[in-house]
Design a binder for this molecule. Sequence first.
Ligand code: ASP
Ligand code: MG
Length: 459
Amino acid sequence: MGRIVVKFGGSNLKRAEDIANLISAVRAYDRPLVIVVSALYGVTDMLKEVLTGVVRDKELIFRLKSTLLEEHKQILFSYVNHAIIRQETLFEIRGRLDELEKFLFGIHLLQEAPEAAEDRVLSYGERLSSLLLTSILNYKAIECLEALPEEIGLFTDGIHGNATVNYKKSGDRLVQNLRPDTTYIVPGFYGIGDNGKVTLLGRGGSDYSAAAIGYCIGAEAVDVWKDVEGFMSADPKVIDGANAIGQLSYMEAAELSYFGAGILHPRTFEPLSEAGIPVRLYNITTFSGSLEPVSIVSGLQRQAIGIVKSVTWTDDVGILRIKGSGVGIKPGIMAEIAVRLNGCRINIKSIITAQTAINVLLSRKDTSIAADVLLEGGIGIAVEMERIDDISLVAVVGDGILHRPGIAARVFGAVSRQHINIRIICFGASDVAAYFIIPRGDCIDAVKAIHQEFFHENN
Ligand code: ASP
Ligand code: MG
């Protein structure tokens, strides 16, 4: 029997009642699993806030400790009805909270948070939820062991905040340490650098943890449980009649995640596509005992009849437009931009050039620093820089988008009928996705128009 890595996210760990669904889902598998968990809902954000505030106010540490203890205790007491197990688990939870306190206290004394300490502090959300779940599942007769990344050998490249898993180094260790006949609970979101320090895998990184472990142990599948309907033709909170997408290719799912669909961490597919391991998505809120996934992401490329499978958007985008005659064709300018931004760890989402302008797409939070960095000392022959922040990026995704004639015309026809001004278009950079930039205020209307064009029942 192949092994399955099962990931439960923060949305499955919101209220005490949610744990009952999680237990039923684990039981339904009826075999040993590797279970990867996120922090309880909202805990990582809470830790992040305290990290900022604790530099000035050490009282925050004690408040945080008591809130976290209370939240975990409430869930523990709802499921474990045995005095000694309750006491033992609370003792361990308090132990982890004491460790957390030490790191936060150190940050308070230093008056700043070194990145290694920041990563360590943020990992406590997962360290607490994995401990809690291990105790609850064992009490419910689902025998399992907690397995911390530092114990089982989930190694990374050591980059703080956004590390990459080192598969070569982790592979053998994980195979040795995760025996096929045992169920493990692994806290997601972090791995260990060569120096033994905790390194985070980026926000939402537990999906990536699950994928990396699945790859290393040669899992049959990586199953991700959510509280929504997997991948959809658009965000159902905004679009009435959005449909679940049953089958997606790795590329489609990666592009959708990259462009803001928010369902899975975009890096989840890197290891899995190479090994052909499917990702199956389940909705815990509609779980009725059968393990029927809502969406399956695999190597199968199945074109939708209308080609477009989903339309998504993100507001987390800003543009630096670097103007100057000939910037687009002068050698070296692009390299200079990339090197300088890389020097301050700013990720370039995309670059679109013309003869007289280079447009650098960035995360919105980065545009101001990036502008400062590039303006310092000037860039080659560039003469002017414009910062454009009040925009959104809308992406359409589907296998065949590049090759089927007429898709672009339908997308842009639908948008232009709403009198929306498209500022930049990028068609062709990926085999399965196209995107464009519009004023932020027009974003939802554009998404609605495209969804109507491709998914209205008369189409
Ligand atoms: N708890 C982490 C976060 O909120 C990781 C995760 O949930 O995947 O980003
Ligand atoms: Mg998540």
